[in-house]
Design a protein. Structure first.
Length: 199
């Protein structure tokens, strides 16, 4: 059950993220700029790490923090036939995603408000401007609504002003406390880590 304090933290942080990503989208020259990635190639590499070795055909997946729906496009490009649901907080992202991928389902929602179950939950870059308290709850919730696993990537030890300040050692300590099987990989991009949490 959410406390009043946590509800305030959640609301303020999500409003902050809407302002940041809204500004990115408004000033973007292309899709990866609109969601804060440096290039399409780096975005695809992160998707490669999230899905490595998985057989996703026929699976129901949630893309938490879907942005413009690039992960949906990535799955289509790789001939993955999935039941895709994308959620985000930004109306302009969702409008564009629906236009680009009319056969997918996109919703304005916080993962904390979902009760529906998915085979897999994925999120790419969603924690860049998160608060620590909200990060912990997002991860726990994403894991709880996944039947098989929750896979995410995030920046650690970020030095850029405004980014979520979280060290790799803090991340590993948190993962240990979750009490589930996990795997992580780093070194493929500066300060980026991919985590798989299995049920």
């Amino acid at each position: 059950m959410k406390t009043l304090r946590f509800s305030v933290v959640q609301k303020l942080n999500e409003q902050r993220q809407q302002r940041i990503y809204g500004a990115l989208h408004k000033g973007a020259k292309n899709g990866h700029d609109a969601v804060g990635w440096l290039s399409d190639e780096r975005q695809r590499l992160r998707f490669d790490k999230l899905t490595a070795g998985l057989e996703l055909d026929g699976k129901k997946i949630l893309d938490f923090g879907c942005g413009l729906g690039a992960f949906c496009g990535y799955l289509q490009d790789n001939a993955c036939e999935v039941e895709y649901v994308g959620i985000d907080l930004l109306d302009s992202y969702l409008k564009k995603a629906k236009q680009s991928y009319p056969n997918a389902k996109f919703l304005k929602a916080s993962v904390l408000d979902l009760n529906e179950e998915f085979d897999y939950v994925f999120s790419s870059g969603v924690y860049a401007f998160c608060s620590k308290e909200l990060f912990f709850e997002y991860v726990k919730k994403s894991l709880s609504i996944s039947k098989t696993a929750y896979h995410f990537n995030m920046l650690v030890d970020a030095s850029t002003r405004g980014y979520f300040k979280f060290s790799k050692s803090e991340l590993l300590s948190f993962l240990e406390k979750l009490g589930v099987e996990y795997w992580h990989e780093s070194g493929y991009l500066d300060n980026d880590v991919t985590v798989w949490l299995s049920k």
